[in-house]
Design a protein around this ligand. Structure first.
Ligand code: NDP
Ligand code: HSE
Length: 444
């Protein structure tokens, strides 16, 4: 047994993740004491409905989260989710010098500035590994291990629920509704699953990743966001026919800016580099390493100047995997308490500007049902040329009285592509624009 006085922990929330945090802390109490150098003890658990928690010792449960945070604790672990009351509770904890561990990406992606300011004001730690990619150690490598390198790109699958849905639709042909229901049952989905399917959850994670990777404060509002609600069975079939699969990707990259932007730093120097941060469904080749990431697994590629390419892969959602990341942070902040240390602070000195999506070139796959007669291809191609969208590949398959025309473009801006598709949709020879989707992960 350690002679050190215990590290007292207030746990806020005891749902999918919180329940597993309690279990791991209880099951591994002796090992954690040895690893930290002091016992780690939960002194209270705040929930909304105590009667729903018959397995938790009743004396630990409270509905007064505010009083629990104000009590004599060293660390506050927040697994409630959402903005309020989590924001107010964590600001109070940090301002009074209590270390915070949170899995709350929505909160961090909107309020990291004030949370870090509160952490700085008292010197309290703020750790949030579980907020992105569940069990996968990803934020600490970005925040600490790669702090000496120059990261150029972070791209990956960061939402387990949507990956579970897309994998199910692709492999078994299961319906969108069935797979979403199953993801919710398995504890992957957010309290409001529209946060998953509409891309809000992935956008919050992309904001956190971009902030850490590029030493700039990026919020969820800076992220271009498209969810998977518009991904149809036809899109998935079109991808399959071309040896591709559809994934919801989060992409954060350094990009050139300047020209018309004419931005300068505080010292008057021209800003030549910015950040593109986006979340959208995309077709990727079946041979791409991200294509085989299925179910609730996540995978993230990181590219850095000196380190080269790295891939982080593992369980991205679910109670136990997420609790593993929470416990890792808890051990880190508890060790810092025992040894009078402190974890990393916010690093946002670079303050790179965000490039709007309208100026971000990506490649597209467009599938059309067209009349099968002479001159159709040239009419369609003329619209692409008119909007300066360059065609990389065309495939046409004749049917009985019409044809399927698939066009893959070179990189084009969103704005150019949208005008092209609008005009093509109005051509009399085009019966239907079946699918329009971005293409990532291959060079033509
Ligand atoms: P749950 O909805 O399962 O649990 C939320 C918990 O918070 C419940 O115990 C609930 O109490 C409690 N709670 C809600 N409102 C209050 C309040 N006002 N005061 C006190 N307690 C409250 O969520 P999860 O465990 O799934 O997620 C928690 C956090 O972890 C979220 O930020 C989520 O984004 C994040 N996360 C979740 C992952 C997952 O796979 N589930 C993965 C990675 C991160 P009661 O039980 O009484 O209703
Ligand atoms: N709802 C999230 C997901 C939980 O599906 O990825 C993990 O952050």
């Amino acid at each position: 047994m350690s002679s050190q006085k215990p590290i007292k922990v207030a746990l806020l929330g005891c749902g999918t993740v919180g329940t597993e945090v309690v279990r791991l802390l209880t099951d591994q109490a002796a090992d954690l004491t040895a690893r930290v150098g002091a016992p780690v003890e939960i002194t209270g658990i705040a929930v909304r409905r105590p009667h729903k928690h018959p397995d938790v010792p009743a004396e630990l449960l409270t509905t007064d989260a505010e009083a629990l945070v104000a009590s004599d604790v060293d660390v506050v672990v927040e697994v409630i989710g959402g903005i309020e009351p989590a924001r107010t509770l964590l600001l109070a904890a940090l301002r009074s010098g209590k270390a915070v561990v949170t899995a709350n990406k929505a909160l961090l992606a909107e309020h990291s500035g004030e949370l870090f300011a509160a952490s700085d004001s008292s010197g309290a730690d703020l750790y949030f590994e579980a907020a992105v990619a569940g069990a996968i150690p990803l934020l600490r490598p970005l925040r600490e291990s790669l702090a000496g390198d120059r990261i150029t790109r972070v791209m990956g699958i960061v939402n387990g629920t949507t990956n579970f849905i897309l994998s199910g639709m692709d492999s078994t042909g299961a319906s969108y509704a069935e797979t979403l229901e199953e993801a919710t049952r398995l504890g992957y989905a957010e309290a409001d699953p529209t946060a998953d399917v509409d891309g809000f959850d992935a956008a919050s994670k992309a904001a956190i990743l971009a902030s850490l990777a590029f030493h700039s404060r990026v919020t969820a509002a800076d992220v271009h966001r498209e969810g998977i609600a518009s991904v149809s069975a036809a899109d998935i079939a079109a991808a399959k026919a071309l040896g591709r699969t559809v994934k919801l990707l989060a992409i954060c990259e350094r990009v050139p800016v300047g020209g018309a932007d004419n931005q300068t730093t505080e010292n008057g120097a021209a800003i030549t580099e910015g950040i593109s941060v986006r979340v959208h469904p995309a077709m990727i080749p079946k041979a791409h390493p991200l294509a085989s990431v299925s179910g609730a697994f996540n995978a993230v590629f990181v590219e850095a100047d000196a380190a080269g390419e790295m891939m982080f892969y593992g369980q991205g959602a679910g109670g136990a995997p997420t609790a593993s990341a929470v416990l890792g942070d808890l051990v880190a902040v508890a060790r810092n308490r025992v040894h009078d240390g402190r974890g990393p602070r916010e690093s946002a000195y670079a303050a790179l500007p965000i490039r709007p999506m309208g100026q971000t070139p990506t490649r597209y796959h467009i599938s059309l049902d067209v009349a099968d007669r002479a001159g159709v291809l040239s009419q369609v191609a003329a619209v692409f040329a008119e909007h300066d969208v360059s065609i990389a590949a065309v495939r046409q398959e004749g049917r009985v009285d019409d044809a399927s025309l698939v066009i893959v473009t070179h990189a084009a801006t969103d704005a150019a592509l949208r005008s092209t598709v609008d005009k093509i949709g109005g051509l009399p020879v085009v019966r239907e624009v079946v699918s329009v989707m971005r293409v990532e992960g291959e060079e033509l």
